[in-house]
Ligand binder design. Sequence first.
Ligand code: NAD
Length: 258
Amino acid sequence: MGQVSGKVALVTGGGSGIGRATALTLGREGASVMVTDLNEATAAAAAAEICAAGGKAQSMAQDTTSEDRWQEVIAATEAAFGKLDVLVNNAGIAIAGPIETFSLDDWRKQHAINVEGVFLGVKHAFPAMRRAGGGSIINLSSVAGLKGNNSGLASYSASKGAVRLFTKCAALEGATAKIRVNSVHPGIIETPIWNAILPPGEARRNASDLNQRATAVVPTGVLGKPQDIANGILFLASDQSSYMTGSELVIDAGMTAR
Ligand SMILES: NC(=O)c1ccc[n+]([C@@H]2O[C@H](COP(=O)([O-])OP(=O)(O)OC[C@H]3O[C@@H](n4cnc5c(N)ncnc54)[C@H](O)[C@@H]3O)[C@@H](O)[C@H]2O)c1
């Protein structure tokens, strides 16, 4: 019996990195998974992998900044699997650059995906989870949402800080409806997002560049893997965490302990 057997989960940005590892993990642990991503092909590939392993999954293209699409995706999830128990608001982007030269367009794009996308997900998951008798929402923040010492990541940090506090407000609004809402704060995890984060002069040429960064800022010196975060998300999705809401799960190998 899997840790989330019988549950229905929706994972955004499920075609890559942390979202992909999360979708596969929830599928392996018994959930029926709706995998969505801006990139339809990668979402379909993740869903196919869950099914090939004997699980249940479907996929849809989704831009999390579209309110209409959120309604369609949640309706399709309920139609396919009967309910919605778990939402992982994972889709996110990182745009780096110093404040003085950062464009307003990039600031708005960053916040549209990282903050508005999360707001829309919570807004439209709430009614579905009320119908299901409760649920668990996991919002991807970051260590950058906890501290300011992330060079060149002011806009990203602001967006992730917003996710952190929005999560707590949502937890309070959902409390009596048995809807739990928690945030996850990964440290440095090896995914394609770093191709965009590392400034041009520091462009990632291979995995060793990211390893060097990890050696410099992570107390253990170890770069995280998407599975390290998926394991925490699985716990928050499962009934093992039923007394947790409004919490911050930091998975950073000690980065923020400094
Ligand atoms: N990798 C890290 O070190 C790290 C650290 C802290 C937090 N995070 C957060 O974890 C989450 C996942 O990041 P990742 O590292 O796996 O990145 P990733 O780039 O590997 O995956 C992100 C996925 O989101 C999708 N996406 C982007 N914009 C979208 C949109 N508008 N609608 C739907 N999907 C969209 C992309 O297509 C991609 O598949 C993000 O919210 C990120 O900010 C990552």
